[in-house]
Every structure is written in C-alpha cells, then in structure tokens.
Write a protein that binds this ligand. Structure first.
Ligand SMILES: CC(C)(COP(=O)(O)OP(=O)(O)OC[C@H]1O[C@@H](n2cnc3c(N)ncnc32)[C@H](O)[C@@H]1OP(=O)(O)O)[C@@H](O)C(=O)NCCC(=O)NCCS
Length: 189
C-alpha cells in the first residue's frame, strides 16, 4: 500500500499532459464519458449522471492510487489552456503475484483519429514497466473494435489469441482478443 495521498506523477509527451484525476475533472469529463459511442466496446457503461463521473475521478481513482498504480490517468492536451481531460488511460494489476499488468484507455470522440491515444499509452506503458516492474503487459479487446486493435499494434503488442464467447455483456456473448507485450520486447521497441 502507498500513502493515502499518493498520486501518479505527471507525464508529458509532445502534445499531451498525462496527470492524475481530481474532483474538478468530473464536469468536463462527464461531457465525453456520457457519449454511448465511447462505450460500444468497453466493460464500463456510459455515464448517465455526473455522479457516475464523480465516482470515477474521486472514489475509483483513490482506490487505485493507494495501490500505487498509474490508473486512471487523465489525458489532457497541452494546447488547452483550461487543461480539461479528454480521455483516460492507465495500467493496473491483472495479477500481481504473476507480475501481469493490464492497459486500458479511451479518448473523447472529437479527438479520435489523431494518434493521441498511442502517444499517451506509449508513455504510460513505459512508466509502468519502469516503476511497477511487471513482466507482462496485457490488453483485452472486444472483437470488432478495429481502432483499438490498431492502437495495440502500433504500441508493439502481439495478438495471443481470441477467447471465443468469453464475455457476456449487455445480453450478448462476445469474443475477446488477448494482446500482450513483455518487458524485454517493450525495452527493444
Ligand atoms: C480506441 C480509441 C482509443 C482509438 O483512438 P484513436 O484516436 O482513433 O486512435 P489512433 O488515431 O491512434 O488510431 C486509430 C487507428 O485505427 C484506425 N481506425 C479507426 N477507426 C477504425 C475503424 N472503424 N475501422 C478500421 N480502422 C479504424 C485508424 O485508421 C488508425 O489506424 P492508422 O493509424 O493505421 O491509420 C478510440 O476509438 C476510443 O476511445 N474508443 C472508445 C473506447 C475504447 O474502445 N477503448 C478501448 C477498449 S479495448
């Protein structure tokens, strides 16, 4: 356990600031997290009220930060003077005894197609390998999410296989594609 006030450190890329969430992010994030197009292929449901977003940026984030993991991180455009979050990215323990972390991400729809999430993930995965010490970083994609598959390919993840009908979500059995990159492979990227 980390000190209860631990926050993941702010990271920077060419176009982005990647920082911890705070309560003030609830309102601007709700504008994007309430869009059903975002959650078409996610395990989480789009936010119905600001209380859902507040729960994410305050309660969920607090629970992860005291574990000492960089999840969730707010993605912010450097060029935005208001520094509002336009998405979230993070790595959390899928299995700590087996030193396996998992990457998750989403970006607000108006910002799709500019390579921003790849830029954010590259930095967060690098930070996570260095600071948390996993051997394996995995990612799971619901079949059909072509944009997400492309993101993982660009990050150097490898498709390991598809768990057919392994997820019962919203009344349908979904195929889940499993990706990973190992520590040694990422260091060579
Ligand atoms: C997945 C997501 C983060 C990708 O964001 P993005 O800004 O579009 O990502 P990028 O611009 O880096 O790249 C997307 C790639 O997918 C491709 N792509 C996008 N939509 C596509 C589609 N419908 N069919 C085929 N390819 C598609 C783009 O052409 C691009 O590939 P390229 O660089 O080879 O041209 C974004 O779509 C999103 O937030 N989706 C909702 C949340 C989600 O599904 N998260 C992932 C859960 S596993």
């Amino acid at each position: 356990m980390m000190p209860t006030d631990w926050r993941p450190p702010t990271l920077e890329t060419n176009r982005l600031v990647i920082r911890a969430f705070g309560e003030a992010d609830a309102e601007p994030l709700f504008a994007h997290a309430s869009n059903p197009n975002i959650t078409r292929y996610t395990l989480w449901e789009y936010h119905k009220t600001i209380a859902d977003t507040l729960n994410f940026v305050r309660d969920y984030a607090h629970c992860r930060y005291i574990e000492g993991v960089p999840e969730p991180y707010a993605v912010v455009l450097k060029a935005d003077p208001a520094q509002k979050p336009i998405g979230a990215v993070g790595c959390f323990w899928a299995s700590q005894p087996n030193r396996t972390m998992e990457l998750g991400y989403w970006l607000a729809e108006p910002f799709w197609g500019r390579g921003l999430i790849v830029e954010a993930c590259q930095e967060v995965v690098r930070y996570s390998f260095t600071m948390c010490g996993p051997e394996r970083m995995q990612a799971r994609v619901i079949a059909g999410n072509t944009a997400s598959v492309r993101v993982l390919e660009k990050l150097g993840f490898r498709l390991e296989g598809t768990l057919r009908s392994s997820l019962y979500r919203r009344g349908i059995f979904e195929d889940v594609m499993c990706f990973s990159v190992l520590r040694g492979e990422y260091e060579r990227c």
